[in-house]
Design a protein around this ligand. Structure first.
Ligand SMILES: *Cc1c(COP(=O)(O)O)cnc(C)c1O
Length: 460
């Protein structure tokens, strides 16, 4: 395979992609689950001699697509979406072709500068004030880890970086039980220890309140422990919980603690002004993460972190050994210094393409439709005998269940074996419930209406 071969085969790949997407509605959304079925079809070792691309291609078509769960399927209502808008896929093809590594400015100046400009576009689109700048990580997990490491080092006055943690005071962090497991992972990996992540009780809306946060911090101070940071939830993964951001930020500020807000899913919806009351007070946060790769259409991986002052994070994560210096260019930004990995993909190009190809109005109308259709699907499900809505829609996410866990679990298995739609589960107050989240880039109203129709058929 040489570059002339790539020219021919990438045209064939473009045709394949169009046919694949055009045929998605005819495929079951979730892969049939037979562990080992794909691996069994592959030889146990790499070939010694080059193989013809025709043969490789045939094997791909024979083995891979049927072994996939189709994330771009218009009836994918599981987890959260991982939308890949067509314009995003095109941008990724171009990035692929350049095969670049944007580790520092001079290794890919356009990658750094498009990223800087896109962070400005998105900041304004979300209604955030001018004092936020941003960068793109691979995932919200990495962004939250970066934020936690920064808060740790702020508390330790940057001594953890050099002296390590063994002689350091015990640091305490605060979050609600609705936060994603990536917060637990960050706390563990950062050497804070799971026992020092205080899970603050939530109110009847599953929100952490300022009063509950205040009480938890006071109790720790009274016990001689050192509070170090607060992680707030804006659209939790389970049922879409939002902490009371304004109250919690005010408490954190009064206590001298930095805040990081996890809006990985719901952040995209904030391009619509009418949803911003859900995270009212966000302008007081120090760090915010949201994933355009979930609901906005810039495909995985694309996780944006906004920072009020990147200085603290760069001081925590940035290293500039002599082989990474850019002679005579001290003013440039090297985004690797804002995050954990050194090597970086050119992720901003797909944001540039998506924001231009659909426009903010086009993206807003998609999100508004998803929210409206989710409410409709909720009403249709609620009207079915035996179905109870367990949590009401937060944006486009709600949950439902049957009379007991066993019946709900059995229904979920039948739904996903049926293949018309794909749903996943969570637990609410210990109860097994089925999550519905509407957000696929290409879904239309009829696709969403298939949810209640499928459940009705299977319960009949
Ligand atoms: C999806 C999600 C995450 C994790 O996102 P990754 O980018 O996969 O690390 C974190 N928090 C929330 C609220 C999420 O919905």
């Amino acid at each position: 395979m040489d570059h002339e071969g790539l020219r021919l085969w990438s045209k064939r790949a473009a045709d394949w992609a169009a046919d694949y997407h055009g045929g998605l509605r005819d495929r079951p959304v979730r892969a049939p689950l037979v562990p080992g079925a794909v691996a069994r079809q592959l030889p146990g070792a790499a070939p010694e001699q080059a193989e013809a691309m025709e043969v490789i291609w045939q094997d791909f078509e024979r083995i891979v697509p049927d072994g996939m769960t189709h994330w771009q399927h218009p009836r994918f209502f599981a987890y959260f979406p991982a939308n890949a808008a067509p314009a995003s896929m095109l941008a990724e093809q171009l990035v692929n072709a350049m095969g670049c590594n944007a580790l520092i400015w001079q290794t890919s100046p356009a990658a750094t500068e498009v990223e800087q400009v896109m962070m400005g576009w998105l900041r304004q689109a979300l209604g955030l004030p001018k004092d936020f700048t941003g960068t793109i990580h691979d995932s919200a997990t990495t962004a939250t880890l970066s934020a936690v490491l920064t808060m740790r080092e702020q508390a330790l006055r940057w001594r953890g970086l050099t002296a390590g943690l063994s002689g350091a005071p015990v640091l305490r962090f605060y979050a609600s039980a609705e936060t994603h497991s990536s917060v637990d992972k960050a706390i563990r990996v950062a050497g804070i220890g799971q026992d020092n992540l205080v899970k603050v009780a939530t109110d009847d809306m599953r929100a952490m309140t300022g009063a509950a946060l205040q009480a938890a911090i006071r109790a720790d101070r009274a016990a001689g422990l050192q509070p170090a940071g607060v992680i707030l939830c804006a659209g939790g993964t389970g049922v879409g919980a939002f902490d009371r951001i304004a109250d919690c930020v005010a408490v954190a500020r009064a206590e001298g603690l930095p805040t990081h807000v996890d809006a990985a899913w719901a952040g995209s919806a904030m391009i619509c002004p009418e949803f911003r009351s859900l995270w009212a007070g966000i302008e007081g946060a120090d760090s915010i993460v949201f994933n355009p790769h979930k609901w906005l259409g810039a495909q995985f991986d694309c996780s944006v972190q906004f920072l009020r002052d990147p200085g603290a994070q760069v001081r925590t994560l940035g290293l500039r050994p002599s082989y990474l210096e850019t002679a005579g260019r001290e003013e440039i930004v090297n985004f690797n210094e804002w995050t954990v990995p050194l090597g970086r993909r050119f992720r901003a190009l797909k944001l540039w393409f998506v924001l231009r190809a659909y426009g903010l109005e086009g993206l807003r109308s998609r999100i508004r439709n998803h929210v409206a259709w989710a409410a409709e699907a909720r009403d249709q499900l609620a009207a079915l005998p035996g179905v109870a809505i367990i949590t009401e829609p937060r944006l486009s996410l709600f949950t439902f269940a049957l009379q007991d866990d066993a019946a709900t679990e059995a229904l979920l298995t039948r739904i996903n074996d049926d293949g018309r739609i794909y749903l996943t589960q969570t637990r609410v107050d210990g109860r097994f419930v089925i999550r519905v989240t509407v957000g696929s880039f290409d879904c239309c109203r009829e696709d969403v209406m298939v949810i209640a129709k499928t459940v009705r058929d299977l319960l009949a």
